[in-house]
Write a protein that binds this ligand. Structure first.
Ligand SMILES: [Zn+2]
Length: 104
């Protein structure tokens, strides 16, 4: 009886592990996985560049506040210059890029 309980327990644990690993694989290979949307802003005075995840209400030429870098008494404004999807490079693509670099 105890032996059966141990066997069933091991099977259940293996099954849970299998489901978790499969879920991870599905997440990794999902072609419909959305890329993170980023907002690119630049200071109009010193050219300081700042990137952050897109927030609802962002638009091109929006003033998102003062520049964190000070230049004398003047302080530039951070203006949104671009909104884009960031490309995620998968480990497979990294290996391919390295091979291409070797051949060149
Ligand atoms: Zn600035």
């Amino acid at each position: 009886m105890i032996l059966w309980a141990i066997v069933v327990g091991i099977i259940v644990l293996l099954y849970i592990g299998y489901i978790l690993s499969k879920k991870k694989i599905v997440e990794y290979y999902n072609p419909f996985k959305p890329f993170p949307m980023m907002t690119y802003s630049k200071c109009d005075l010193c050219g300081f560049v700042f990137k952050r995840p897109f927030q609802r209400g962002d638009y091109i030429m929006k003033d998102i506040g003062p520049c964190p870098k000070r230049k004398g008494d003047w302080k530039g404004r951070m203006i949104i210059e671009g909104i884009y999807y960031e490309k995620i490079v998968t480990p497979k693509e990294k290996v391919y890029q390295k091979l291409v670099e070797k051949w060149q």
